[in-house]
Design a protein around this ligand. Sequence first.
Ligand code: KG4
Ligand code: ZN
Length: 332
Amino acid sequence: MIVLGIETSCDDTAAALFDGRKVLAETVSTQLEHRDWGGVVPEIASRAHLRNILPVVETVLQDSGLRKSDIGAAGVTAGPGLAGALLVGLNFARGLTDSLKIPLIGVNHLQAHAWAAEIEDEPLPLPFIALIVSGGHTSLVKVEDVKSYRVLGQTLDDAAGEVLDKVGRLLGLPYPAGAEIDRIAGDGDPKAVKLPRGMASSGDLNFSFSGLKTAGRLFLEKNPEFTSGQKRVDFIASLQEAVVDSLSAKSVRALENEGIDTLVLGGGVSANSRLRKKFSDLPGIKLRLTPLWWSTDNGAMIANLAYKILHEGQACRGVSTVIPDLSIEEYF
Ligand code: KG4
Ligand code: ZN
């Protein structure tokens, strides 16, 4: 069966066609409109999704050589995300699936990130632990099957990506700054600037990144020479290292506590090359990395989970509305 995946939860309008084994076509339209504002503006996002959604879906149909009538079901992100942005995707998907008389599956965006490492690859061994780390979320989740998710730990304040994006902004990097920080940090000394590892000795699996954000800002205010030249590069490397250290320490503890050896990395920040290297070097862990292009928001991960729900999920209630604050533990 061919499943159409639609993703509009934040600032990417994305669609993909997936047949359960291969992604037949996919496209992402990233909204550059937010760059001047240093963050995603919800109203601008909704309007851009409205403009982009039809062309994006037409593109995947054209690229795959398929017709609308070839689609057997659709999956759409129903949360978490921006309410207006999610509604554009849901309403479009509902119109399409109603007219084609095919099922519509509501997909939890965070759960979709957790399963994205499986796309066009071996099935993930169950149970596994997923570190979902993006611009809005940082969670360690135990996944037992397509319906069972338990949060082991999460950020108590800012998400890891948010810190990179916000401190990056102070250094004049365009939003979102994560990928640029990754690129620049490779030439810097990660030990040059001492920055805090929030909640390192808290004993639990939660994260805190707001202390790092404040410490980074205060450091730059007191030491403006670190806003340019090689010192800037060293500061960026140190900031990235602090984020990577916190994420890896708690992930290792989660695997030990649960007696699980498979760790899945998903979400935009998991595209980070230093994070991937650090985890790859850890002994005794079966690491499943999501390919870079499926780490950030995309339609294939939505189609993939919708396909799984249809084939493994049994009772599926369908989707009637969006839930902007949907938790990763909630299943439609
Ligand atoms: O999953 P995602 O595309 O959207 C959300 O659901 O938030 O993640 C976006 C986040 C942004 O904070 C961005 O700066 C970060 O992922 N990001 C990266 C990299 N690529 C994207 N952070 C670090 N290194 C990267 N290579
Ligand atoms: Zn995401």
